[in-house]
Structures are given as C-alpha cells and as structure tokens.
Write a protein that binds this ligand. Structure first.
Ligand code: F6R
Length: 261
C-alpha cells in the first residue's frame, strides 16, 4: 500500500488524476470505478479541467459506480446516478451510456445485484477503482461487520453513515434512505488498482485503521491491506493519526521518478 500525504490543498486531486490519466494514456478504453460523496470531487474537477484543455479523453472509457441508494425516485437529486452525472459525467467526455450503476429501483433487488456483478465481469473487470472512506471505516457502503468476501448486495446503512450523509439531504437524517445496493468488499478487491482519497480530521481514525490497523470486519477498509496495488492519497489532517507518517513521507520523497502510481 502506497500512502501519499499532500500538504498543498489541491495536490491530492491532481495526483489521483495523474494516476487515472496515465492509465487512460496506456489504455484509452479502460474501465474506471467511480465513488460518490465529497472526497472524489477534487479528482473529477481535475479530470474535467484536463478534458477541457484537450490533454485527456474518457470518450472510450467505461465506468461503474460503487453503490446506490434503494428507493430514491429516479429524479431525486441525491440518487447516486444523478450525483455521478452532475459531478463526473457532465465534467468529462465519457459516453453516459458507458457509465453503469446498481439499480436501486429494481423490483428484484437481489437480481439487480447479480446482473451488476455480471456486467462488471463482462466488461473485463475494473482497472482503477476510486474510493472514499466513511468515518466508520466503510468503503462503498460496506459497513462495519461486512464480510470481507462480500459481493454486490443490499446493505442497511448505519445511523453514523446516515448522520454523516444527512448534509446532502438538507440536514434531515430521516430523509437518508436506510438501504443501499453496494459492491461488496470481494468485488472491490478484484479491481486491478485501488485509489483511495481522504481529507479532513474526521477521517483520521478510519485512515489510521485502514493503513495500520489489524484486518477486521469492524473496519471494512482494512481489507485493502490484502490487495497488491493500493494508493492512498491524504491531506495532512486525514494523515494526522498515522504512526508511520514520517516514513510514508520519506518513501514518497525518495520514490524513483520512473515508478508512477
Ligand atoms: C460513496 C461511497 C462511500 C463514500 C464515503 C465517504 O459512493 O462509496 O464509501 O466514499 O461515505 O463519503 P465522503 O467522501 O462524502 O466523505
């Protein structure tokens, strides 16, 4: 696991965008995994700038969303499909038909989850998965206690996550759906490169557990320690609980220039 701690405010987004740009340069039809929430916004904004400048194109790329709320009406602004359209699709040149998400409005939710797993496999698997992390250590919506081998399925959100996300629902916790469909931890671990971004002190304990804690379903993100290619981009506040922070900084400063992400 590579841990990159940035002191400049917008550097995290630029570095993560570098990793994505490099992948798309090598493989223009690459399959991206996209997260929702506030953490990846700096990446999507930077990708949008590069597309506008003409230095990057996602025209041949595909993207799979991590998760979706169950039961939010199709036109609800917080339905993740709509959030991803506004925050990612509309900023870059990806074909919206090549962006897929689990169907939180399906009559058969279990069937929709199985279909989603098949769609990921049929596209050849995810090359680079963007991740945020919850304050309780969730990745996608795999809450504490999730099986580390789980696949796409329905989950119940914790009250902590619903409180955290109430800010997107006008501060009303009761408006945050109780259920979601989410890629499982086993699904996420099959992506070829995992890129996690976190900022702010509220994420510091979860980040400490992710990087330095024992692997445990109590902190689902710790499963990433089992993956051979993970890059964690942090600001100094999110990195403030790391015991080996100075070692990660030295490692990154001494990294050979040919190595990339
Ligand atoms: C959203 C997702 C979640 C978020 C996490 C952090 O698709 O998968 O795991 O990444 O809840 O959310 P923010 O970035 O809003 O703090």
């Amino acid at each position: 696991m590579e841990v990159v701690i940035s002191t400049a405010p917008d550097e995290t987004g630029k570095l993560a965008a570098d990793a994505i740009s490099e992948l798309l340069r090598r493989q223009p039809g690459a399959v991206l995994g996209v997260a929702t929430g506030s953490s990846p916004l700096i990446i999507y904004d930077e990708l949008g700038r590069r597309v506008a400048q003409g230095s990057l194109s996602l025209a041949r790329a595909h993207a799979f969303m991590l998760d979706e709320y169950v039961g939010l009406p199709a036109d609800h602004p917080q339905r993740y499909r709509n959030v991803i359209r506004e925050q990612f699709i509309d900023k870059v040149d990806i074909d919206p038909k090549q962006v897929y998400g689990p169907d939180g409005l399906a009559d058969d939710l279990a069937g929709a989850c199985e279909a989603y797993e098949r769609a990921i496999a049929d596209t050849g698997g995810i090359d680079l998965q963007i991740l945020g992390i919850g304050t309780d250590g969730h990745i996608a919506f795999n809450e504490p206690g999730s099986s580390l081998a789980s696949r796409t399925r329905i989950k119940t959100l914790t009250s902590q996550t619903r409180r955290d996300n109430a800010r997107f629902f006008g501060g009303d916790v009761d408006a945050v759906p109780l259920h979601c469909l989410t890629q499982g931890i086993g699904t996420i671990l099959e992506s070829r490169h995992l890129v996690l971004v976190a900022s702010g002190r509220r994420k510091a304990e979860a980040v400490h557990q992710l990087v330095e804690g024992p692997i445990s379903a109590m902190w689902p993100a710790t499963a990433l320690q089992l993956h051979p290619h993970v890059t964690v981009f942090l600001d100094t506040a999110a990195a403030s609980r790391l015991q080996l922070a100075s070692y990660y900084i030295e490692t990154y400063q001494g990294k050979p220039s040919w190595q990339g992400f």
